[in-house]
Ligand binder design. Structure first.
Ligand code: ADP
Ligand code: MG
Length: 229
């Protein structure tokens, strides 16, 4: 089933001499449950693409449909709800709230959305992320890898339609980085979580179902990989 459809997506930043075409007529579709890696050199438009998919920033042209919904046809209020409920974002730096403990950080988006926390899902996630014994720890009492796992928990708590990860292992050593990838893959396999992951690391990209290469704001390669054992 098609989950995401991007049509002729364009993003231009700045004006005059500062004008940058970050995305140049990108079209692609993503199936539900697919794990896609996005690669490309620095400045090629990878983060911009994730932001356009996540409703973070408005495209200059083109369309994004998630689950049949025209993302940018929504008013600002609906777009904010869309961002909270349908999209899980993970960045290189996790942006946890330092004064909130692990459980509070993970459940914050749900509470902000005035919804009830699903305790079963929370416990499931804490288990999956190896954070069961760290429920009341503050971010500064956790290792970098653990902090990034909390950020993953926060993004997954909502059961978002799509998980967008922008170089989530960029600030971690290779062991912790691989652990984060393992967890993202597990969420992909266990929950059928659709995952779009930007990475510099070829070994990580090779673990995806599909690799999309971006250069100068365009898709220049799009390859499906044979299933990994
Ligand atoms: P990547 O994530 O592949 O490194 P980005 O999507 O961040 O690339 O950036 C693509 C291009 O758009 C770059 O040339 C970058 O300088 C430019 N760009 C990104 N964000 C902005 C912004 N907010 N204002 C102006 N230019 C931007
Ligand atoms: Mg980037």
């Amino acid at each position: 089933m098609e989950l995401l459809r991007i049509e002729n997506l364009c993003k231009i930043y700045g004006k005059g001499e500062n004008r940058v075409t970050a995305l140049d007529r990108v079209s692609l579709t993503i199936e539900k449950g697919e794990f896609t890696a996005i690669i490309g050199s620095s400045g090629s438009g990878k983060s911009t693409l994730l932001h356009m998919v996540g409703g973070v920033d408005v495209p200059t042209g083109g369309k994004v449909y998630l689950d049949g919904q025209d993302v940018y046809a929504q008013n600002n209020e609906k777009l904010a709800v869309f961002r909270r409920r349908q999209v899980g974002l993970i960045y290189q730096f996790h942006n946890l709230i330092p004064t909130l403990n692990v459980v509070e950080n993970i459940t914050l988006p749900i509470l902000m959305d005035k919804r009830k926390v699903n305790e079963e899902r929370l416990n499931d996630l804490l288990d999956l992320l190896g954070l069961k014994e760290r429920r009341t720890h503050l971010p500064n009492q956790l290792s970098g890898g653990q902090q990034q796992r909390v950020a993953i928990g926060r993004a997954l708590m909502n059961a978002p339609a799509v998980m967008l990860a922008d170089e989530p292992t960029g600030s971690l050593d290779s062991h912790n980085g691989q652990e984060i990838i393992r967890l993202l893959k597990e969420s992909n396999q266990k929950y059928g979580q659709t995952l779009l992951l930007v990475t510099h690391d070829e070994n990580i990209a090779l673990q995806a179902d599909r690799i999309i290469t971006i250069a100068d704001g365009k898709v220049v390669r799009d390859e499906r990989q044979v299933a990994q054992p």
